[in-house]
Design a protein around this ligand. Sequence first.
Ligand code: PMP
Length: 362
Amino acid sequence: MQPRDLSDHAVYAAGRGSEEVARELGLDPAELVTLSSNENPHGPSPAAAAAIRDGAATVHSYPKSAHTDLTERIAERWAVESEQVWLANGGDGALDYLSRALLDPGDSVLVSRPGFAYYGMSARYHHGRVNTYELAQSNGFAQTPETVLESYDGERIVYLTSPHNPTGTTASLDTIEEIAEETDDETLTVVDEAYGEFADVPSALALVEGQDGWDARDDVAVLRTFSKVYGLAGVRLGYALVPDEWAEAYARVNTPFAASALACRAGLAALDDHEHVEETVESVRWAREFMSDELDVETYPSAGNFVLVEVGDATAVAEAAKRRGVIVRDCSSFGLSNCIRISCGTETETRRAVATINEVLA
Ligand code: PMP
């Protein structure tokens, strides 16, 4: 008896902790600059950290009310019904709920290449298949309706990522609307806005809800996470915002208590700490600009908390940077063997990353 062979999906969680990497390099973990996972270098809101500590005394209870409180608060923030909020164990968990809700065995999803790996992994875990559309390096990885629709073949889910990981491009609401319009009634266009707070473009929720002059649609959903701007990647908290026609399906696909009590408490506190969000966004803007100005090689314009950089042999450059104590993402795993992705760090971290990459490339 053997488990199912899902071996080609192991790359996503394969990254090692910085302590292990520091040990391998013979460095103090504090000397290591880790800018490979698009985390918030400023940490979580102090209020969220306090909420986790305060919640410790009540973790013998199931998180029913914490869950409801957070779902209602998120619904309020987006002006939707609380049933439209599919709370989950990270954005990845919300992707799994969408896969479960939509995919029958053999159904397929359409994802970008390069692109975020978990869309395809989730589909495969749910007995689905994966088709891809190519974002071309030659035109700056632009997300256009033509690029997506050219490869569309009746998939149940079309994934757009705005801002896109790892390229940093965005998809306009016109583009998203056209894709949703041109695909079958049975196709859901999912707009992953994990990095939405760092961009100057409006959320695709306007298309779901019919806000700001857009027509309301029942074939678009939005993904959001607490892992990025809120600095809560470790608590695992994210959600999908779905059209109200979809609301009751959540009860059929979710894991009971889809997010832990501590995660829900942290999420509630984080949503109220606007100052922390603003400071983070401000610091990301600075780091993006600094990297594009000061790196000696071409960077792609980015709306996320990271910058894609063309470096030639990405694996060699990432390895050489690692030996100097700076961890960046080798984008070969995204199918871009000539690019690295550097997350926005604190000012000190970002300066050190830039100096190190310039030194490696000199
Ligand atoms: N979408 C994109 C584009 C991402 O880059 C990530 C994580 N890096 C996620 C979703 C999922 O994040 P999480 O599960 O931590 O919410």
